[in-house]
Design a protein. Structure first.
Length: 279
């Protein structure tokens, strides 16, 4: 949790959150994804316990809570990333446009094309900037050079990186700054045109300027995508999201409109967390 919140008295923290929780939903939107009765276990240990939550189309849902509370585990369930980990058991259902993504006839690879993911630390490939973004397109079987070039440029523009790299596309992606590398990874995820983008603490390793660029990008992408972002930074959650869910010890304590959750939480545990009494 931000040290600034630890220094505030509960009343002062409440006032600060009122000021920063400015983004509101423009009104009800359709449910894009839904988890229902979701329990995730690593061997015999339950990491996520009976979570039910709706993810609405063209909204940003922020997930907050202390380390080890199940946020990232839950996020990975939304595009079946946990399938790659031995000993993981998923119970309950996760639907995308009403279809259970864990149904036997559903291809996990196709799920991940529709539900992209950006990780906590940037992980560009040791390839050129262009090939980093084109990678997913080639894996998807796209071979037409002109189409690939168009999709790469579009993704780099969406990631607010095109103007910075358009004359450097043949250079290694590893030559970019940390903030640029993270936006390159976002562009790579966007190139395959997902409908949902999952972001696991995408700015935690970035400086304030790079963080601001990522946050601006999230706000812009919302018009085209549904976004779920895990963050330990509550000010960030208040700035970028329309809905916020609070996880604690594997359980979803509450979820609701971001401004309401930060200013008038229903549960005492939520209030204690956002005012710095623990976490």
């Amino acid at each position: 949790m931000s040290q600034s919140f630890h220094r505030l008295l509960p009343e002062e923290a409440h006032s600060a959150l009122v000021r920063i929780a400015a983004l509101k939903s423009d009104g009800p939107t359709p449910v894009k994804m839904q988890a229902k009765g979701l329990t995730v276990s690593y061997s015999a240990k339950e990491a996520v316990k009976d979570v039910t939550i709706d993810v609405h189309e063209n909204e940003v849902l922020a997930l907050i809570g202390p380390s080890g509370c199940g946020k990232s585990t839950f996020l990975r369930v939304l595009n079946r990333m946990n399938d790659t980990i031995d000993g993981v058991t998923v119970k309950g259902s996760v639907t995308l446009d009403g279809q259970d993504i864990y149904a036997p006839n559903v291809d996990a690879v196709l799920v991940r094309r529709r539900v992209g993911m950006v990780f906590q630390r940037s992980n560009p490939f040791p390839k050129s900037i262009f090939e980093n973004v084109a990678y997913g397109l080639r894996i998807a079987g796209i071979r037409e050079g002109g189409l690939i070039a168009q999709r790469v440029e579009r993704a780099l523009r969406q990631a607010a990186l095109w103007d910075e790299v358009k004359d450097r596309l043949t250079e290694s992606g590893l030559s970019l700054s940390g903030g640029q590398q993270q936006r390159l990874c976002i562009a790579r995820a966007l190139a395959v045109e997902p409908e949902v983008l999952l972001m696991d603490e995408p700015a935690s390793a970035l400086d304030p300027i790079a963080t601001a660029k990522v946050e601006d990008l999230v706000a812009e992408l919302r018009s085209d995508l549904t976004i779920v972002i895990v963050t330990h930074n509550m000010q960030q959650a208040a700035r970028v999201s329309q809905k916020t869910g609070f996880f604690y010890m594997g359980k979803l304590v509450e979820v609701g409109d971001t401004t309401t959750l930060f200013t008038r939480p229903k549960e005492r545990a939520t209030e204690d967390y956002i005012t710095g009494r623990f976490g």
